[in-house]
Ligand binder design. Structure first.
Ligand code: NAP
Length: 256
């Protein structure tokens, strides 16, 4: 069975490890780097298939498929200290670091894949964008959800930029709830109501088969209040602001 090594045991590594190890009869062997100590040891205590190594190099020595999940700022320093082998498959989750750069840092490893796993990997529900296609990376991410493989690396950067919008989306929901509270609704009721409504809308969205525009249309009565609210935001330039914000993030992700 394929074993997996993780260099960097933080939020996203923990989500993938949890997804690989939960509710599976025969989970894969997983080795973790010693940092973050608490996260790594907590995962090893929860899952018998998970072991914490003494060093990053031990992770590479124990596994051919290596997931790199450290922050972008330390990636070069961490990888440069490690001795990779030609047979290693390096699956990077590091945002904004391109294949050309990675291949210098992990030489002589020849198979390198960039990926954008999502925290929902923890419940095997991450749609992971990855590039290029690779059987080992595909098997890994299909174990914790499904995959989408764009046609080239610049397009992967577009997926990466799109994932920058989660906090703003949730902040809009927080704005709606606090506006409700300012207008007389108990704050807890407001939060609970908004979370419920949008949680259920998310389920509808996940099951919907047409375009997002069609789904929006289904939630608008002609002349109704949804149409009124949307028209107001469009008139005030909100979609253009969203596009501009995404353009800025894309430039950063491309290293411009
Ligand atoms: N979180 C997400 O949803 C998400 C999604 C897709 C991609 N990513 C990418 O995944 C990477 C990790 O993100 P994250 O959110 O998981 O960050 P994080 O929670 O900060 O995890 C990074 C981990 O790297 C460890 N680390 C630092 N220096 C190390 C070293 N020399 N050797 C081994 N491990 C070291 C840190 O340990 P210490 O705590 O001891 O410093 C920490 O456990 C980032 O590049 C990010 O762009 C994240």
């Amino acid at each position: 069975m394929q074993s997996y090594g993780f260099v960097g045991a933080g939020e996203i590594a923990a989500a993938i490890v949890e997804g690989l190890s939960t509710g599976v009869t025969d989970p894969p062997p997983i080795v973790l780097s010693p940092r973050n100590h608490d996260v790594a040891h907590n995962l090893a205590a929860r899952f018998p298939n998970v072991r914490v190594c003494g060093s990053n190099q031990e992770v590479l020595d124990a596994a051919e498929a290596v997931v790199v999940a450290v922050r972008p700022q330390v990636a070069q320093e961490v990888l440069a200290q490690l001795a990779f082998r030609p047979e290693h498959v390096v699956v990077s989750a590091v945002a904004g670091v391109g294949l050309a750069q990675l291949s210098e840092w992990v030489s002589p490893a020849g198979r390198i894949v960039r990926s954008i796993p999502l925290p929902t990997a923890a419940r095997a529900a991450s749609r992971t964008a990855m590039y290029p296609d690779d059987a080992v990376a595909r098997a890994l991410f299909e174990s914790v959800g499904d995959v989408v493989v764009p046609g080239d690396e610049p397009t992967l950067n577009t997926f990466s930029a799109a994932t920058s919008t989660f906090a703003a989306h949730l902040d809009q929901l927080a704005t709606i709830a606090s506006w409700m509270a300012e207008h007389g609704v108990d704050p807890q009721d407001a939060d609970g109501y908004v979370a419920h409504v949008y949680g259920e809308l998310g389920r509808t969205l996940a099951r919907h088969e047409g375009t997002l525009g069609e789904l929006a249309g289904k939630h608008m009565t002609p002349g109704g209040i949804n149409e009124q609210f949307l028209a107001g935001l469009r008139r005030d330039g909100v979609p253009d602001l969203v596009r501009r914000g995404l353009d800025d993030v894309l430039a950063r992700v491309k290293g411009q």
